[in-house]
Write a protein that binds this ligand. Structure first.
Ligand code: BGC
Length: 319
């Protein structure tokens, strides 16, 4: 069986991989997104990554079954038009599927990046054999994916599962995409950096300050994680809050969907050991035992490749 290209378009990097028909990642390439250069440049970078992958595998394009592309935004999966991409300027209303079909010359399927990550975990990751799975992808933004009865749930216009934009705390000072106290405003990579930047101005956080200095003064969620591990109290507090907000969100989702599994993916999932205890506390306090007993909360097994492998799955299992 021919392999697929799986493409995961992130705010900073685009990951392109060759994925076998059974979900094995055969090879991958990482190219910069260069979002600041505009929508056309992002498409060119995708094509560059895809070409490198195919060349590395010494394959011809007609040996590739198709490409699945995970995009960080709201899109119409049927037409392949990206409607709104909050963290990717200049991709609103772009016919990504048609543009890439033209450039690559193979069938292309476009899917939301977090739907793709959830689907990847369902296919060959933590959620194998599970019928009802919710995926949360914690990265620059917070994405969501609903796999219901073994299928991605798209909703009326393809904008379902925008779980990062659900309100967690309507009184919180942080606002993202015009939504006060949304999960993305409170538990995303951007939020962690914002909490840390503000905290450093007023609080005693010597360990974090030192680590940031050693990192060319750049604050990243990973630096905040390392500082928390080294005993920095501001950083530990930030991840405690992230866990609390996530737990509240997940508890709401458990009430609505009665899932068998909730999978946490994305770069921030690397800090699972720090945020999981407060997250689990909220889930325990805010859900009914009956639904809690049948749900497993898990860290993604496919790590940073969940989105890429799931994007390949989105074209393989296309209706
Ligand atoms: C977007 C989602 C996306 C998520 C993760 C959010 O801001 O609205 O569509 O899945 O970021 O990239």
């Amino acid at each position: 069986m021919k392999p697929y290209l799986g493409i995961d378009v992130g705010g900073t990097f685009i990951k392109v991989g060759l994925v076998s028909d059974t979900g094995t990642l055969l090879h991958h390439e990482k190219v910069p997104t260069e979002a600041q250069r505009g929508g056309a440049a992002i498409l060119d970078n995708i094509v560059e990554g895809a070409k490198r992958c195919v060349a590395h595998a010494q394959m011809d394009w007609d040996e590739i079954a198709g490409a699945g592309v995970g995009v960080p935004g709201l899109l119409d999966a049927a037409s392949g038009i990206v409607r709104q991409a909050p963290n990717l300027p200049d991709w609103d209303n772009l016919p990504v599927r048609d543009r890439l079909t033209e450039k690559l010359g193979i069938p292309v399927q476009v899917e939301n990046d977090a739907n793709a990550a959830a689907f990847g975990e369902w296919w060959v990751g933590a959620g194998q054999g599970v019928d009802h799975l919710i995926g949360l992808t914690l990265g620059t933004g917070v994405g969501g994916g609903l796999i219901l009865n073994g299928k991605i749930y798209h909703g009326a216009i393809g904008a379902a599962a925008e779980l990062g934009h659900m309100t967690i705390d309507p009184y919180h000072p942080y606002v993202k995409e015009g939504i006060r106290g949304s999960l993305e405003a409170l538990a995303s990579g951007l939020a962690i950096v914002k909490f840390a930047t503000e905290g450093l101005k007023s609080e005693d956080a010597d360990i974090l300050l030192q680590m940031v200095k050693e990192n060319d003064n750049e604050i990243t969620p990973y630096i905040v994680y390392k500082a928390a591990q080294a005993g920095d109290s501001l950083s530990a507090h930030i991840y405690h809050e992230v866990g609390t907000f996530l737990g509240i969100g997940i508890a709401n989702l458990i009430h609505i969907f009665n899932p068998q599994m909730v999978v946490i993916a994305g770069g921030i999932a690397a800090a699972y050991d720090l945020f999981a205890p407060p997250m689990m506390k909220q889930i325990t306090e805010r859900t009914f035992e009956t639904s809690r007993q049948c749900v497993q909360i898990a860290k993604a097994q496919l790590g940073e490749f969940a989105g890429l492998i799931g994007a390949a799955a989105s074209i393989k299992f296309k209706d």
